[in-house]
Write a protein that binds this ligand. Sequence first.
Ligand code: GDP
Ligand code: MG
Length: 210
Amino acid sequence: MTGLNGQRMDANVVVLGTDNVGKSALIVRFLTRRFIGEYGDIESLYTHNVVVDGREQTLNIWDAPYSQQDLSSESLMYEKRVQWANGFVLVYSVCDRASFNAVSRLIQIIKTNKDILGFEKMPIVIVGNKRDLDHRRTVLSEEGRLLALSADCQFYEVSAAENYHSVLMVFHGLVHCIRESRVSVKKLAGIKGIVKSMSAVFTRRRTDSL
Ligand code: GDP
Ligand code: MG
């Protein structure tokens, strides 16, 4: 994406969720179109270019291993991630109820942190992964959809193991959200600017007439 002054605009994306839900599988599928099976536990930061709606977008994607501390809003590590991020992909497995509950808690923590930082709406995409394991499903699609609706996020059910296209949709969806949020931040800044200059004019007039 290119800014008004021609400079490139990157977007920072953090992928979060409990262990074993397929965070690394999802990212590797997006980057390479492949599913390898085993990914290890290495923390990684990837940079990847995508074209969304005809415009190029550079994404910095942080694959961070899960730690219990993540669910504590006081965790310094967590604060760092939230501050760095322009958008989040929150992953659970449709066969793991606890991972779904963790996503609800993560949404709360992100919203609280971002409210403190003064953001209006945080781009978040919720992903229910492993939909190929339908026979082991413990979280219904409707539950995921409802959570996304109540938290004002996007929602996708995917299988990193079986399908590239739906994984691509996740990241495209997030890029849309990030672009929208940047436009609304700019609009807000514009309105604030107008209010400022108007109040400057009025203050000057008042002092002129004294
Ligand atoms: P992470 O800990 O969240 O990064 O999870 P990984 O990406 O390492 O995946 C954990 C395990 O789930 C691995 O054995 C993957 O092969 C498997 N896995 C990941 N995505 C899928 C999926 O969509 N379907 C199935 N059946 N297995 C998956
Ligand atoms: Mg991983």
